[in-house]
Design a protein around this ligand. Structure first.
Ligand code: DAH
Length: 341
């Protein structure tokens, strides 16, 4: 029995040392220490020994078992460490490998133009306002001096929500003038960009939804000269130094006097060409001195305060700024077009 134990010890330790995987170790554990294992078999046969022989043999068997368990554990730890090492090598990330390029989108040309406009006005001390697209007709018309029956209120031009024409999609950003006058302390310097809606068919220069930027200044002693000076400065910043403008008399219900401002055609320099329809000038915006009645309706004394306002079409400004020929390109959002800016 002693030789048997010694043999088991030598064989088992050699096998453990040679095991190449934890699975192989598990097998060896079963093979020697399991219920039907070699060492277990020897222990079971101890009953056959004489009582004198038993303690020494028992001790020897326990030593073999302990040696075997220790060897299994040590080899297991070795294999686990080797396994970890291998995995660390195999699964290592090379953080110096360049990443896959991410395709970045970019600003829409119309918003690029809007950002430029905002920046110019913010630089001149204006505040940028945002307001509702679903508007009360009283703000869109009445308080802007376009009373009941005014042609601009016609159902053929305006998207109304109700039979009595009280709620509508705003047809201009001008109601923001009223909202500013009603809520802001004087003096006021604001611009208000946003969407406006009119019942227009789509073509190269029209869309039922388009964008405007409203501008307004109210203070003591504000004159038409301030309006012209400000707008000329803005146009030179947008389109380059020396860009010529002209102011033509016009009519808007909420300004008196009213005007439209044209910019000299960028294509022909004023001679006349297809872009400016032979005019030499391109219309850019409507403007004027705020009608005293409009000031009064919003609680501002026209004998103390005066102001000017303007409304500029954003699509048209962007088209001129980036030399875009067709308005529809701005709304179609074809990336082949957008990527050019
Ligand atoms: N709201 C006008 C329009 O949509 C544009 C306009 C003209 C705005 C004169 C103004 C202004 O503020 O003073 O045609």
């Amino acid at each position: 029995m002693k030789e048997q134990l010694a043999q088991i010890r030598v064989q088992a330790l050699a096998a453990v040392a040679a095991a190449e995987s934890t699975a192989a170790l598990d097998e060896l554990r079963v093979q020697y220490l399991g219920k039907k294992g070699a060492l277990t078999a020897v222990l079971k046969s101890m009953g056959k020994l004489s009582p004198e022989e038993r303690p020494a043999m028992g001790q020897l068997a326990n030593e073999v078992r302990a040696a075997l368990e220790q060897a299994l554990e040590a080899r297991g730890a070795e294999l686990a460490a080797a396994d970890l090492e291998r995995r660390l090598k195999e699964e290592a990330l090379d953080i110096t490998v360049p990443g896959a390029p991410v395709k970045l989108g970019h600003r829409h040309p119309m918003y690029l133009a809007l950002d430029e406009i905002k920046e110019i006005f913010i630089g001149m001390g204006f505040t940028v306002l945002d307001g509702p697209e679903v508007e009360l007709a009283s703000y869109n018309f009445d308080k802007l001096n376009a009373p009941e029956g005014h042609p601009s209120r016609d159902w053929s031009d305006t998207f109304y929500f109700d039979e009595d024409s009280r709620v509508m999609l705003r047809s201009q950003t001008s109601p923001m003038q009223v909202r500013a006058m009603e809520t802001m302390p004087l003096p006021i310097r604001i611009i208000a960009p946003g969407r406006v809606y009119r019942k227009d068919e789509v073509d190269a220069t029209h869309s039922p939804m388009f964008h405007q930027v409203e501008g307004m200044v109210i203070d003591k002693g504000v004159t038409m000269a301030d309006l012209k000076g400000t707008l000329n400065t803005v146009v030179e910043k947008l389109y380059g130094k020396g860009t010529k403008t002209r102011f033509r008399p016009h009519h808007f219900p909420f300004t008196e006097p009213s005007c439209e401002m044209d910019v000299q055609c960028h294509k022909c320099g004023g001679v006349g060409c297809p872009t400016c329809k032979g005019e030499g000038w391109i219309e850019l915006l409507g403007a004027g001195m705020i009608h005293p009645r409009v000031l009064e309706m919003s609680g501002i004394d026209p004998n103390v305060y005066s102001g000017w306002a303007f409304g500029i079409g954003l699509e048209r400004t962007a088209m001129r700024r980036f030399k875009i020929a067709d308005l529809r390109l701005i709304f179609e959002n074809d990336v082949r077009f957008l990527e050019q800016f």
